[in-house]
Design a protein around this ligand. Structure first.
Ligand code: AMP
Length: 127
């Protein structure tokens, strides 16, 4: 069910629990700034989520409130994960959902990395 992408941050969300090690994940990468793991319901042959270590609800919250170091560290991790997954030659897509119209379901900022097949152009048909 879509959620608001606006604060306050709820520390009981599932990605917060994964970050605290309370719930397992199929980890791809971890550093000071970010954790990357396979999506539990993959929409492409490669579907990995990258989440910042800090507590931000959405891109709106992250871009407004994270430090320059957090923002740089997070986006460098996204690029590194895509490269380490050998997606650079074939290409990939990075997507974030924000708020109700964006159909955000987990209220901890994350980006999806999709790859492993041709992904078509932009958005699916209206439903
Ligand atoms: P959204 O918030 O709309 O960007 O989507 C949240 C994504 O998190 C979905 O693609 C879910 O399949 C994924 N997801 C939810 N719970 C887990 C989990 N425990 N481990 C991995 N991925 C998850």
């Amino acid at each position: 069910m879509p959620v608001s992408g606006l604060p306050p941050y709820d520390p009981s969300n599932i990605f917060a629990r994964i970050l605290r090690g309370e719930i397992p994940c199929r980890k791809v990468h971890e550093d000071e700034w970010a954790l990357a793991f396979h999506d539990i319901n993959p929409q492409a042959p490669v579907h990995v989520l990258v989440v910042p270590k800090g507590q931000y609800v959405s891109l709106a919250d992250f871009s407004a409130s994270a430090s320059d170091a957090e923002i740089a560290g997070f986006w460098r991790a996204v690029g590194k994960v895509a490269k380490d997954l050998s997606l650079e030659v074939s290409g990939y897509r990075v997507l974030t959902n924000m708020g109700v119209h964006g159909h955000q379901e987990v209220p901890h900022f994350h980006v999806h990395i999709f790859g492993g097949r041709s992904l078509g152009r932009m958005l699916p048909a209206k439903d």
